[in-house]
Write a protein that binds this ligand. Structure first.
Ligand code: PEP
Length: 248
């Protein structure tokens, strides 16, 4: 049986209080499309206000420290994010892996900390263009997944996002056959890593998903939803993706 589609907007370092109205509009569209799950991960500064204004809508964080507290200037722990209102967090995004030199072991530790706080986890994996051109994409991504994989994983709190790095924010999208091949390989690896229950772990596609290509991408076997950057920033751009997911 196909998994219920899940669409998550990653706002990255975008959004001031003026954009809370976009979150409210997106939450209203999501409420009218209850055949799919929808969420937004705004900057931390908007989490509490977004949750207070839209209590039934899933607001998440974009990162988290692996420690519960301590001497980590500028960082936020899972319990802090939970207290702020986040119910899940994106982890291991390629921008953090590149900008903050996050490695797989750190992503795994973060995932376990987020889970321990009772939140959901979205782990991102993906290859560079050079790795794809060299025919290494599947090996790179499945090894990254295995090394980032949290202990005790279960589909009710873990989601994987396949995000080819060269497709993020570029307007370029892989061939549908390449997406299908990668998602199938991730599904097989999930089976090896967790055995029973792995089929229910949702695997999102991320990288330049938009209102024009969402239906085609969401129809690919093992594509259980999307992680969306640029096209999630306004309700007008995000709505057709939510609609495509609800109809998929
Ligand atoms: C992302 O950064 O997670 C992402 C998918 O961005 P975009 O949709 O803008 O490519």
């Amino acid at each position: 049986m196909a998994n219920r589609k899940y669409i998550v907007g990653n706002w990255k370092m975008n959004g001031l209080r003026a954009q809370l109205s976009d979150i409210a509009a997106i939450a209203a569209i999501a409420a009218n499309h209850d055949d799919a799950d929808v969420g937004i991960c705004p900057p931390v500064t908007l989490i509490t206000a977004a949750v207070q204004a839209n209590p039934d809508f899933a607001i998440g964080a974009q990162d988290c420290h692996f420690a519960e507290s301590g001497a980590h200037t500028g960082c936020l722990s899972a319990v802090m994010l939970k207290e702020a209102g986040a119910s899940y967090s994106i982890l291991g995004h390629s921008e953090r892996r590149a900008d903050q030199q996050e490695g797989d072991a750190e992503v795994k530790a973060k995932a376990e900390a987020v889970r321990a706080a009772g939140m959901g986890v979205i782990i991102c994996v993906g290859e560079t263009e050079e790795e794809r051109d060299a025919g290494q994409a599947i090996e790179i991504v499945t090894v990254q997944l295995a090394r980032s994989f949290p202990a005790g994983a279960s589909a009710d709190w873990l989601t994987i996002a396949y995000e080819p790095i060269w497709a993020i924010g570029t307007g370029r999208v892989p061939e549908v056959s390449d997406v299908a091949e990668m998602h199938a390989a991730i599904r097989v690896k999930l089976g090896e890593l967790m055995g029973q229950g792995s089929d229910a772990v949702r695997i999102l596609y991320g990288g330049s998903m938009n209102g024009s290509n969402a239906a085609e991408l969401l129809a690919v076997p093992n594509v259980d939803g999307g992680l969306v950057g640029g096209a999630s920033l306004t309700a007008a751009k995000f709505a057709p993706i939510i609609e495509a997911a609800a109809e998929a």
